[in-house]
Design a protein around this ligand. Structure first.
Ligand code: C2E
Ligand code: MG
Ligand code: MG
Ligand code: MG
Length: 291
């Protein structure tokens, strides 16, 4: 009997795996089809500065406007895109589209020149020989200032360095582009790896922010990462800020910037432009003025 159950279980497992594989193949095909169709667009999540209390920049986040299935989130896209190599095209498209958008906002509101745009770069791309040239071309094609761009690379990527990625990072930094370490605290990088990585910004992972008000250890981790970032002359962004309590704690700790649903979800370009307009009129979000 046990054996029979075991066999059945195996079949079920196999069937689920098979379905998953088919689903992934379908998504892969659909990504390929969607690429030339303009189905992939950036949404923009505001990032606020706790010192100036103003809108400081946006993170561009991919959204897939699928013709039948509606909006599809990155966690359904990125892993498959990374496995199949399609991520190269998606990341390039995202950089191109988000720089193009922001360049238009900038010409309408020149006062947004002191803002930044952060774009995610999949870690697998760091060793690509054409990476720096491709980024440089996108910046000149879109007429977007390199010193307004930050590329976000996850913490795990800073451990996988080789000669090619080191050269790319050097070229990127020489272009005036800044680097941010994304999801910090979830990888296992060492202090010396972080110190050698030429980043100007560290982003504290949302998991610590979400627990910091209820869990003392998470609070101490946030405090420590903030101090670590500052001691390496980096500015610190807290991701996933959802409550006033978290915001108040981050302000006390001395964190530089905040990003999260307490302020805004990732927004379509038209809404981001409205936020830039309000900023140019001197608007500060009410959540920030009183802290
Ligand atoms: P990430 O780069 O760490 O981006 C932040 C994610 O946290 C976004 O999810 C954002 O919507 C979400 N978030 C922000 N504030 C809050 C909050 O207060 N509460 C909660 N629950 N979530 C919050 P999203 O857009 O689903 O993206 C997920 C991940 O997918 C990103 O994490 C990034 O790793 C990846 N990704 C997104 N767009 C791209 C892209 O264009 N290229 C690459 N390579 N990866 C991307
Ligand atoms: Mg990111
Ligand atoms: Mg992140
Ligand atoms: Mg993340």
């Amino acid at each position: 009997k046990a054996k029979k159950q075991g066999v059945n279980k195996f079949k079920v497992f196999n069937k689920a795996m098979h379905e998953k594989a088919l689903e992934n193949m379908l998504i892969e095909t659909e990504i390929r089809q969607g690429l030339p169709e303009d189905e992939f667009i950036p949404y923009f999540q505001p990032i606020y500065c706790l010192h100036t209390k103003r809108l400081a920049g946006f993170e561009a986040l991919i959204r897939w406007n699928h013709p039948e299935r509606g909006f599809i989130t990155p966690d359904q896209i990125i892993p498959i895109a990374e496995e199949t190599g399609l991520i190269v095209k998606l990341d390039r498209l995202m950089l191109q589209k988000s720089c193009h958008e922001f360049a238009a906002w900038l010409s309408e509101y020149p006062s947004s020149r002191d803002m930044f745009l952060t774009v995610n770069l999949s870690s697998g791309q760091l060793s690509r020989p054409d990476l720096a040239d491709s980024i440089s071309k996108t910046l000149s094609d879109t007429n977007f200032p390199s010193d307004m761009l930050k590329l976000e690379i996850t913490e795990s990527a800073i451990m996988e360095r080789n000669a090619a990625s080191t050269l790319n990072l050097k070229k990127i930094v020489e272009m005036g582009i800044r680097l941010a370490v994304d999801d910090f605290g979830t990888g296992y990088s060492s202090l010396s790896q972080l110190q050698r990585f030429p980043a100007s910004t560290v982003k504290i992972d949302r998991s610590f922010i979400s627990r910091m008000a209820i869990d003392h250890e998470s609070l101490e981790i946030v405090r420590a990462v903030n101090a670590l970032g500052h001691s390496l002359s980096m500015d610190v962004i807290a991701e996933g800020v959802e409550t006033r309590q978290q915001l108040t704690l981050l302000k006390e700790i001395g964190c530089d910037c905040v990003q999260g649903f307490y302020f805004d979800k990732p927004q379509p370009a038209a809404v981001a432009l409205q936020l830039i307009k309000m900023r140019s009129d001197g608007f500060c979000p009410p959540g920030l003025t009183s802290i």
